[in-house]
Design a protein around this ligand. Structure first.
Ligand code: S6P
Ligand code: ZN
Length: 191
């Protein structure tokens, strides 16, 4: 791993990063149990295990002073009335935050703490979101036919806790309502 300063290009036009050493692709099958409309999820999966999002990352050692960073590209679409979204996670070391910078598209970032606070912030190109320590985070693509592209930076010692969200979900969902995206209670939260 390079331990000298480096630069790279980030394109907000075609959502590419010219330097990365990790590439993750998450398919619909990785989201089993997360969408509230189970029938819609199974019906869509039956038509094929489509890709929901990709992440390109410059990994760094798992040390507090390091800053892994990368590009998250979440495709548009819905499962029933629920927009395509990332799995979402707490950081394993809860006292670590993260910064998101939206480059493209239209999104909502759904967040919550173990103490029961929740928040939803909207992202459009140019907007930056600061996620403080303790806040789990999930990206939701509410854009019409456009990828949601965000650049992120987080502490190297953060780690990822996916299990808590896989089991409980987030308290709030973002669904398509008659007048656009709506934030609603997750009927399956904690169940
Ligand atoms: C990492 C950061 C993002 C997400 C990415 C995919 O801390 O929050 O890079 O990893 O948006 O989401 P997820 O929940 O599947 O990791
Ligand atoms: Zn994170």
């Amino acid at each position: 791993m390079l331990n000298k300063p480096y630069t790279f290009e980030l394109s907000d036009i075609d959502a590419t990063m010219t330097r990365y050493d990790k590439h993750i692709q998450r398919p619909l099958s990785a989201m089993r149990g997360q969408y509230h409309d189970v029938a819609a999820y199974e019906a869509l999966l039956a038509t094929g295990d489509i890709e929901l999002y990709q992440v390109y990352e410059n990994t760094r050692p798992a040390a507090a002073g390091e800053l892994p960073h990368g590009l998250s590209i979440l495709h548009p679409g819905r499962v029933g009335d629920e927009y395509f979204m990332t799995k979402g996670h707490f950081h394993r070391v809860l006292e670590t935050g993260e910064v998101y910078h939206c480059l493209q598209g239209h999104g909502m970032i759904v967040m919550e703490t173990p103490e029961g606070d929740w928040a939803v912030e909207e992202l459009t190109p140019g907007r930056v979101l600061y996620i403080p320590p303790r806040w789990a985070h999930r990206s939701v693509n509410i854009g019409d036919g456009q990828d949601l592209v965000t650049f992120y930076i987080y502490p190297g010692n953060a780690g990822h806790d996916y299990g808590t969200i896989e089991q409980k979900g987030f308290r709030k969902l973002v669904v398509a309502g008659p007048d656009g995206p709506q934030i609603v209670d997750n009927p399956r939260w904690g169940k």
